[in-house]
Design a protein around this ligand. Structure first.
Ligand SMILES: Cc1cc2nc3c(=O)[nH]c(=O)nc-3n(C[C@H](O)[C@H](O)[C@H](O)COP(=O)(O)O)c2cc1C
Length: 310
């Protein structure tokens, strides 16, 4: 079974992925979404955060966002040169700023244009090219059939389906029947995505018949999750990390960010986005997050972490 750590803007850069590889063996991990304009026009320094890979990492899928065939073709070549192992087009982002540029989930409204983008990407690299979509419409219908045709005609290598419409928030449960539709109508691997956080939810996703499963939010603060799920699939025992190991993971994540970005203050601001996930299911999760929000130096962060993770 293929297990993948998915893209999370603001989180899934090299230090996060290196932690996943330290504890798990995913098929591959994603970068954060990279705008093809930024990749094509930005300086090496500007792009560093998005394209940097850690020496300890396995395969990385670079996720691009854009809506122009030529720009995407150029960005695909650049991603290939930067050392991507796979390349993905974001067709699921629901954020207004991205949709208003005609990118992200808005690409699903025009399968003919999407076909041109996918073909331009395929023609610009020797690497596997995939797309990641949300679902459209109210059920597996004619629209999805058109999408299936465009994906097949473009020669795309795999499809990831996050089983929600772009207007739906995380409170709406994943629509497994839409994922199953793509599994049944495409002859390429379909990766199911949405709400997988433990073995029970993994089994629900596997009922769609998908060839692989992508983990999103649940991987943050739990870099061992893919290893745990793999062990459960294999029927072997898995020992969850102890509190002091979890503390070290959090600190290593932040220290990795400081090394990557060369800026302690910016890295500490970013740590505020994910600190609480390292304290999942712990009674003091909120207090810990509040304390992290006040930290101004890495040394303070170490002291606070030592106070909580005991
Ligand atoms: C903070 C955050 C950032 C995300 N960034 C991206 C992104 O850059 N590209 C993308 O395709 N999906 C992105 N997603 C969506 C996830 O990759 C995933 O599809 C979604 O969270 C559903 O999976 P999950 O239920 O396992 O989290 C993001 C989600 C979150 C919560």
């Amino acid at each position: 079974m293929i297990l993948i750590q998915g893209p999370l803007a603001g989180i899934s850069c090299a230090p996060f992925r290196a932690l996943i590889w330290r504890y798990s063996q995913p098929a591959y991990c994603y970068t954060e979404m990279i705008s093809c304009k930024t990749l094509n026009e930005g300086s090496a320094a500007l792009n560093h955060r998005y394209v940097a890979k850690d020496p300890s990492e396995g395969p990385v899928c670079f996720q691009l966002s854009g809506n122009d065939p030529q720009e995407l073709a150029e960005a695909t070549k650049r991603a290939t040169d930067y050392g991507a192992d796979l390349i993905n087009l974001n067709c699921g982002c629901p954020v207004k700023k991205i949709r208003s540029k005609g990118a992200g989930s808005s690409l699903l409204m025009d399968p003919q244009r999407l076909f041109q983008l996918m073909r331009a990407m395929k023609q610009s690299t020797h690497l596997p090219v995939s797309i990641k979509i949300r679902v459209e419409g109210h059920g597996p219908d004619r629209f999805h059939q058109t999408l299936v045709q465009a994906i097949q005609d473009a020669g795309i290598d795999s499809l990831t389906v996050h089983g929600r419409h772009w207007t739906e928030h995380y409170e709406t449960p994943c629509h497994y029947q839409h994922i199953q539709f793509f599994v049944e109508h495409l002859n390429i691997p379909v990766i199911g995505n949405g709400d997988v956080a433990d073995f029970a939810s993994l089994q629900r996703m596997l009922k769609t018949g998908c060839a692989g499963v992508m983990i999103g939010r649940a991987g943050v603060g739990q870099p061992w999750l893919i290893a745990e799920l793999s062990a459960k699939l294999a029927g072997t025992e898995f020992l969850s990390p102890m509190l002091n190991e979890r503390k070290q993971m959090f600190l290593d994540h932040v220290q990795g960010l400081i090394a990557l970005m060369g800026n302690e203050t910016v890295s500490l601001m970013q740590a505020r986005r994910f600190a609480k996930y390292y304290a999942r299911r712990l009674a003091w999760q909120k207090e810990f997050q509040d304390a992290v929000n006040l930290c101004e130096t890495f040394k303070e962060l170490e002291e606070i972490s030592s106070r909580y993770f005991i």
